[in-house]
Design a protein around this ligand. Sequence first.
Ligand code: IDP
Ligand code: MG
Length: 151
Amino acid sequence: MAIEATLILCKPDAVSRGLVGEIVSRIERRGYIVTAMRMMQLDGDRARAHYAEHDGKPFFADLVTFITSAPLVALAVEGENAIDGCRQLIGATDPLKAAPGSIRGDFAQTIGRNLVHGSDGKESARRELAIFFKDSDFVSRRHDLERWIHG
Ligand code: IDP
Ligand code: MG
């Protein structure tokens, strides 16, 4: 088994459009388990740390401005291959390229307002989860995880 934890953000556009429930519902229905959840407004330092890999790109300043502009909902999500599985649920970065049936493919129009963040690998998941959560924020849902995986 490759149980992974990943960071999911319902970005400010998802919160303001009332899509948090829809997004969390899709994640839960897939069988992934929420082990931490938090609504917060991100400060600039955390936003720049979270998006550090994009520092220097033309859209970086707008991205930081947007992600800090209003509350978001951060989730730690666990499950078998949860990192790639959640990326699949979320869809391609550009909503025009995101498949219908994915969150971005169903609800988003532009790359700058694409509703959701999902970590793209194990190392980034570890790094990003630590930006949003401390150890005591996580609950253990081992039994729920096992039930989903083994029936
Ligand atoms: P991801 O969210 O699918 O992992 P990344 O390439 O990591 O995509 O980019 C992070 C976020 O930055 C994207 O979700 C999107 O909101 C924004 N972004 C990425 N590329 C562009 C761009 O070319 N123009 C404007 N915003 C962008
Ligand atoms: Mg990314």
